[in-house]
Write a protein of this length. Sequence first.
Length: 220
Amino acid sequence: MTRKKNAWDCGTGNGQVAFELAKNFEQVFATDISQAQIDNAGQANNIIYSVQPAEITDFSDNFFDLIVVAQAIHWFDFDRFYAEVERTAKANALLCVTGYGMIEVSKEIDDVIAHFYKNVIGSYWDAERKYIDENYKTIPFPFEELETPQFYNTLNWTAEHLIGYLNTWSAVKHFIKQNDYNPVDELKPEIKKLWGGNDTRQIKFPVLLRIGNVNPTLEL
């Protein structure tokens, strides 16, 4: 893609993706339905934040060269959002839908986390979580799709980093609210035992990625 004028980061959250896009695009428009998220988002001179739903925006027609949705599309009304994508995208603009899958550490630790995920807190996940479990392969995607390789986000974490990450899961928070105790506390000793003598371990998140060509027949 050679045109790098306007990008839209839809469902920006804390602005991490918008901040990276701002390094390559003239202007980045970042939206979210949460004012609190926008208030705490990372700033750059060429990022314009606004509180707007994904499905109805005040952007002009045929405006964006790139539209990105990171770890958020499963919350959207697909049909209405895709209509807004087609309205606001330039000819041959790209829609990039991305997210991350289940953390990978080691077979032993992965098995423990998988059991916790499915059997301990499984019923506490929001219904939309299924789209992430299915690697975004089952979301509607009515665009000319581009083939993409498999990417991984690789980090070095301590056991405490991993435990802290598990505590951010929405299903854990739902569990705590209903049961008045944290199920991660019961998981912590087992993870620390399996962690072994290593201070840090390499962990990987598989990147979920679908890219589509929007408005390929639109006249430039």
